[in-house]
Design a protein around this ligand. Structure first.
Ligand code: PGA
Length: 241
């Protein structure tokens, strides 16, 4: 694992955006794995700036998002589809047909998850996967006590995750309790991984992911076994290392 500690959130975001930009320069049709949440928002803003300055071109880029709530449709303001459109896709030149998101309204969830995995494989696998981390050490929606062998699947969200996500909903009762998430196996099959974290509330999860024993209670700890992980964090998230 490479650990890069930046002074603050803005610097963390810029560094991550430069890594994505370099990836796309080296391989214009890169397959990117993308994440939602507060953490990557600054990185997406930077990518839009770089795109506007013509420093990166997304014309041939393909994307797969890590996860999507189950049971809410794409028009819902809280769907991750909506998030990705409003925070990145609508502002860059990515081709709509190159965007892949888990289908939160799939009737046959298993078939839909299998189809998602197959498509990733057909395109040659994920070149660079962006991850955030939950306060409980989750990556994607792979909650503690994770099955390290799982591919894309339906998950039950933990109480702590539902509570953390309730800030975006009118009431905690509106927060979906299930989601479709890439599994740990899907994530581990990515060629390169960058994990971003900022703020004191992520310090403990980062410490356990980096220095702790690899165990299913801290899903992110499995990343210790991946051979190309870069962790980009601000000073606060690094404060327990
Ligand atoms: P956050 O979420 O970026 O909104 O903190 C990260 C996560 O839960 O994976």
């Amino acid at each position: 694992m490479r650990i890069i500690v930046m002074d603050n959130y803005d610097e963390m975001s810029k560094r991550a955006a430069l890594m994505i930009t370099s990836q796309v320069m080296l391989k214009p049709d890169s397959v990117l794995g993308l994440a939602t949440g507060d953490t990557p928002l600054g990185m997406y803003k930077e990518l839009i700036k770089l795109y506007n300055k013509k420093e990166v071109d997304f014309k041939e880029v393909r994307t797969f998002n890590l996860d999507e709530y189950y049971g809410i449709n794409r028009e819902n303001l809280q769907s991750y589809y909506y998030f990705m459109n409003s925070n990145l896709f609508n502002s860059i030149n990515i081709a709509r047909e190159n965007i892949n998101m888990p289908d939160g309204m799939a009737k046959d969830v298993n078939a839909s998850c299998k189809g998602y995995e197959n498509k990733i494989k057909e395109l040659g696998g994920i070149d660079m996967q962006v991850l955030g981390i939950g306060g409980n050490g989750h990556i994607g929606f792979n909650e503690p006590n994770v099955n390290f062998e799982a591919e894309t699947h339906l998950v039950n969200l933990e109480e702590q995750t539902i509570e953390a996500n309730s800030r975006f909903f009118t009431s905690i009762k509106d927060v979906p309790v299930k989601a479709i998430s890439m599994g740990i196996k899907t994530i581990m099959n990515s060629k390169k991984i960058i994990l971003l974290a900022n703020g004191l509330n992520k310090a403990k999860a980062i410490e356990r992911a980096v220095n702790g024993k690899i165990n299913p209670n801290i899903p992110a700890s499995i990343l210790q076994l991946h051979n190309d992980v870069t962790i980009i964090i601000d000073k606060e998230a690094a404060s327990k290392l």
